[in-house]
Design a protein around this ligand. Structure first.
Ligand code: SF4
Length: 249
């Protein structure tokens, strides 16, 4: 197994999954979201190299914290599926120790990759950006057709194999861009139809990553967009109230 590329590791994360977690930001991502606040993770084969064993030894020291705080490991990025074999080996090693694993993903990957991870992931946190394919492409430089299909595929597989894992949908609310009524409605219906749905997590857009954009690409397309607020998220909650979804923010 070749070494993997890791952008960074956060040992006391409280924002990416339940409890206190060690969050590993893997390098590489197939999307290029114009609102990404970690756009430097998007470049492949950069960051620090670790063998699977080295990475495991580095993080396993936190096991006690995870156990005391109902936490575990979150595989994040970038996109963990950008290095599928490596991250799978790592996930297997964690599962051998019975560690709770969250997969924070955009799910732009193959069905084969999703299948290979099924038995190791406790919570799938999938970030959905848009439902309209044209708008999705403008936002991420990539189509959403396979992503939406993959969520359905994953949901069906979890049910078919009777797994205990769940799906959390994450959605970044960008004022004036991803907060229009039709999109909110589609997001609600989409979540409502997921059988293994855990929650919808709304995240306010923040411009914190713009300096990295200027450094790497010399531009930032959302320069004139304000950061999202709690009120922006509450609007989603109000509009989706009738569906009785578990909504977090
Ligand atoms: S999927 Fe996530 S990591 Fe990848 S470009 Fe989009 S926001 Fe950034």
């Amino acid at each position: 197994m070749k070494n993997g590329y890791v952008h960074s590791i956060e040992s006391m994360g409280t924002l990416d999954g339940p409890g206190i977690r060690t969050v590993i930001f893997f390098q590489g991502c197939p999307l290029k979201c114009i609102f990404c606040h970690n756009i430097d993770t998007n470049i492949p084969n950069q960051g620090k190299q670790y063998s699977v064993d080295e990475l495991f030894e580095k993080v396993i020291k936190n096991k006690e914290y995870w156990e005391q705080n109902d936490g575990g490991i979150t595989l994040s990025g970038g996109e963990p599926f950008a290095q599928p074999e490596y991250v799978l080996e790592f996930a297997k090693k964690l599962k051998d120790k019975d560690i709770h694993i969250v997969m924070d993903t955009c799910l732009k990957t193959t069905k084969k990759n999703i299948e290979s991870f099924l038995r190791y992931i406790d919570l799938w946190m999938i970030s959905i950006k848009e439902f309209d394919n044209k708008k999705h492409t403008e936002l991420t430089s990539s189509s959403n057709e396979d992503i939406l299909e993959n969520v359905k595929f994953l949901d069906d597989k979890i049910s078919e194999l009777n797994l205990e894992s769940n799906i959390r949908i994450r959605f970044v609310v960008i004022p004036g861009i991803t907060d229009y009524d039709e999109l909110i409605e589609k997001l609600g219906d989409f979540c409502y139809n997921i059988n293994n749905f855990e929650s919808l997590e709304l995240l306010p857009y923040w411009s914190q990553g713009k300096n990295k954009w200027y450094e790497i690409y010399g531009e930032y397309k959302l320069e004139n967009v304000r950061d999202g607020t709690k009120e922006d998220l509450q609007k989603f909650e109000r509009k989706l109230k009738h569906l009785n979804l578990n909504i977090k923010y």
